[in-house]
Write a protein that binds this ligand. Structure first.
Ligand SMILES: [Zn+2]
Length: 109
């Protein structure tokens, strides 16, 4: 369950930024290719924030699909799962997005 370690690092960063102020909401963008399950992340968030300034905060998760470019035919295509295959059948693809893990915003104070 890698959601736990990912969520732990998100919460660490949030608490550091909050600098002692209570956190009410956190919005994160987690690319589909990170294979993070949103429900698992929410569950971990509740566990990890316990006893921190982010306890009880709402976690909003954006999970945009990924994108890749094929090195064989040159086309750009959307990745909706972890199958890194161009529609042309080539596996020689470069992932251009979908692996991001960002804290977009947080409400503190
Ligand atoms: Zn292709």
């Amino acid at each position: 369950m890698h959601e736990l370690s990912i969520t732990q690092s998100v919460v660490d960063a949030v608490c550091e930024r909050a600098a002692g102020r209570p956190v009410h909401a956190v919005r994160v963008r987690v690319g589909l290719l990170t294979a993070v399950v949103a429900d698992s992340m929410r569950f971990c968030f509740d566990l990890v924030t316990e006893g921190t300034v982010a306890e009880g905060a709402r976690l909003e998760i954006e999970q945009p699909p990924g994108a890749a470019r094929c090195r064989v035919c040159g086309s750009d295509f959307t990745l909706t799962d972890l199958v890194l295959l161009c529609p042309c059948g080539s596996a020689d693809v470069e992932v251009t997005s979908g692996r991001e893990l960002q804290i977009i915003s947080m409400k503190v104070g």
